[in-house]
Design a protein around this ligand. Structure first.
Ligand SMILES: NC(=O)C1=CN([C@@H]2O[C@H](COP(=O)(O)OP(=O)(O)OC[C@H]3O[C@@H](n4cnc5c(N)ncnc54)[C@H](OP(=O)(O)O)[C@@H]3O)[C@@H](O)[C@H]2O)C=CC1
Ligand SMILES: O=CC(=O)O
Length: 291
């Protein structure tokens, strides 16, 4: 199977390498072209523009930073829309809002093409090991066609119905994740400030009802102040912002998520946006004792 791949950031690089390793022919494009070198060394071809990739491949996958990037790659000059047509599919795996997905879907449908949104849950390591959870919605026939690729990229894929449902599911999941990360940061800080060993807290958490892979994976690194990026904090803040907008539209009061968003914004203002989202811990550590 031949697929196009747009966007070779943390996720796109790992995912395209995984497709190559599993026998797919892959043609890649990245805005910063030099980032294609490593995947090319592993057998990928390069397209000069998104349009060139779509022209060559019947299915093109994208995973880009945010709504602005997702829209730019489709609508700008030499973008996806230039070459999408009947018989071709476009799968956007970026985390965006439902409105962005619907806009892309409608434009592609007008050209006779097929569209699937398929944001993913899971981070750098699950992307490398093919353990993502894929949250697809849109064109069911394109979903069926993409299953061999999804089977390589993920441990499970869901088809959630009409376009927008994948984006919504992803935003709900990441809203919970961002809120939990803030509570975890407060807990680690409280443990340390009150004289407890934070490693003991991690051990206790891991044996109880709220044990989870995020505490297990990020906790020991946070204690060492290591925030090497797997999921960049600027993207987590974007997800909180988009989830809060979804809350506005549905009149859902989300004070916990709103507070978590403020903490991520604070972290960005401290220059931590390119670090892992666990660096929000630094904003809690910053707060002074009252006594
Ligand atoms: N990292 C993670 O753990 C996860 C991330 N996600 C989501 O996946 C998406 C990608 O994340 P990740 O790989 O971490 O992000 P990165 O920041 O590592 O990569 C972003 C990618 O988007 C490209 N890009 C940014 N702006 C534009 C633009 N205007 N036009 C064209 N390309 C653009 C970048 O190109 P360039 O190299 O030129 O800058 C790069 O290829 C995001 O939506 C994120 O929320 C979802 C699950 C997990
Ligand atoms: O979007 C991030 C993730 O870890 O999932």
């Amino acid at each position: 199977m031949e697929v196009g791949f747009l966007g070779l950031g943390i996720m796109g690089k790992a995912m395209s390498m995984n497709l190559l390793k599993n026998g797919f022919k892959v043609t890649v494009w990245n805005r910063t072209l030099s980032k294609c070198d490593e995947v090319v060394a592993h057998g990928a071809s390069v397209g000069e523009t998104p349009a060139e990739v779509v022209k060559k491949c019947n299915i093109t996958i994208a995973i880009l930073s945010d709504p602005a990037a997702a829209l730019s790659v489709v609508f700008d000059k030499d973008g996806v829309l230039d070459q999408i047509c009947s018989g071709k599919g476009y799968i956007d795996m970026s985390t965006v809002d439902p409105e962005t997905s619907c806009k892309i879907s409608e434009a592609i449908a007008l050209k006779g093409g097929h569209f699937l949104e398929a944001p993913v849950s899971g981070s750098k390591q699950p992307a490398e090991t093919g353990q993502l959870v894929i949250l697809a919605a849109g064109d069911k026939a394109l979903y069926e066609e993409a299953v061999p690729a999804f089977d390589v990229l993920g441990k499970k894929s869901f088809f959630l119905g009409p376009v927008g449902n994948g984006a919504k599911m992803k935003l709900v999941v990441n809203m919970i994740m961002g809120s939990v990360m803030n509570a975890f940061s407060e807990g680690l800080t409280l443990a340390k400030r009150s004289g407890l060993n934070p490693h003991s807290l991690l051990d206790v958490l891991d044996l109880g009802g709220i044990a989870n892979p995020m505490f297990r994976g990020k906790g020991p690194e946070m204690v060492k102040d290591n925030y090497s990026p797997a999921f960049p904090l600027k993207h987590q803040q974007k997800d909180m912002r988009l989830a809060l907008a979804l809350g506005d539209q549905n009149a859902v009061s989300m004070p916990v998520a709103a507070a978590a968003n403020e903490a991520f914004k604070k972290a960005r203002s401290m220059g931590l946006g390119d670090l892992d989202f666990s660096a929000v811990y630094e904003t809690v550590k910053l707060l002074k004792h009252s006594s």
